[in-house]
Write a protein that binds this ligand. Structure first.
Ligand code: SAM
Length: 290
């Protein structure tokens, strides 16, 4: 990786207005290929979404989208920093019991927990975000309490593959899917890094295709555990297919939901499943449906 090459970076700062606008802005940024999106809460509770792109045109497309959808006020700042990989120098191990998510270039020995080595490249899923850690811990509890039979896990929006690899380290076989073209290679490389390449696959098809397979009975009854660390609008959009790919006695773990708004998202989901766990860290929750 050319981690220390100095280059221009187009940071987009959006001061959002209105309920749910932050999630819509973040969703738009992910869709445009942002490698990271951060939500900041100001002293008076004002919310801003900060993201960035390697090219000015994409940054301005996001600004335009914010303007036409009246999501807030947006500006672009040109930053010259050490490049997209500058964050690597500051990355540190993150605890998500029973795991410790370790940047692949650091030494995992002497850290408490099951080491989960991750190099996210430019995908999402370094383990530094609460939404990832919440799912890792819940996944471990679900798989461990379900006994020793092999389990099939689907990771929808796998990014770096951190959740799929975590599931495989616990003995499950895991399939990752994602719309980001970088996610497949990253997931498979991280599986290899952790010695679980035989239990992790990446499926390039969209979720709707997998759901159709399950409907036609070509994929058994579905996956015993489905994890989806997405944003609320994406969860809403994919809800029918997420339910379809989850086996009747399986669990669906939804993350990326804001603590003060998760209920509205979950209430609007299809019926037939009930909330059995709500795990929270900072402003985020992961909701498990059984
Ligand atoms: C917040 S990241 C989660 C990454 C990783 N699973 C984790 O927990 O850290 C969300 C991921 O969902 C992917 N995504 C967004 N919309 C999607 C869709 N409709 N189908 C599949 N993946 C999607 C994004 O590309 C991104 O990699």
């Amino acid at each position: 990786m050319d981690g220390n090459v100095e280059r221009e970076w187009f940071s987009v700062i959006v001061e959002v207005t209105g309920d749910g606008a932050a999630e819509l802005v973040a969703d738009a940024a992910w869709t445009l290929g942002a490698p990271a999106v951060e939500e900041r809460v100001g002293p008076q509770g004002a919310i801003s979404v900060v993201t960035g792109f390697a090219d000015a045109a994409t940054a301005h497309r996001l600004v335009e989208e914010v303007r036409t959808r009246s999501l807030g006020t947006a500006r672009v700042e040109t930053v010259t920093d050490l490049g997209l990989d500058a964050w690597r120098a500051h990355a540190r191990p993150e605890s998500a019991p029973p795991f410790v998510v370790v940047p692949a270039w650091l030494d995992p020995s002497d850290l408490p927990g099951v080491p989960l080595l991750i190099d996210p490249g430019h995908t999402f899923g370094s383990g530094s975000h609460p939404t990832t850690r919440l799912v890792l811990s819940r996944l471990a509890t679900l798989l461990q309490s379900a006994g020793s039979a092999p389990h099939r896990v689907l990771d929808v929006g796998c990014g770096s593959g951190v959740l799929a690899v975590g599931a495989a380290l616990l003995g499950a076989s895991a399939v990752g899917i994602d719309i980001d073209p970088g996610a497949g290679p990253a997931t498979l490389a991280n599986a290899e890094l952790n010695g679980v390449a035989d239990r992790v696959t990446f499926d390039p098809r969209p979720l709707a295709d997998l759901a159709a397979h399950v409907r036609r009975g070509r994929c058994g009854e579905g996956f015993e555990v489905v994890v989806a660390n997405l944003l609320a609008p994406v969860i809403t959009e994919l809800a029918d297919d997420l339910f379809e790919v989850t086996a009747p006695n399986g669990f669906l773990v939804l993350s990326g939901l804001l603590a003060d708004r998760w209920r509205a998202t979950v209430d609007a989901l299809p019926t037939g499943r009930r909330v059995i766990h709500v795990d929270r860290e900072a402003d985020w929750v992961a909701v498990t449906l059984g």
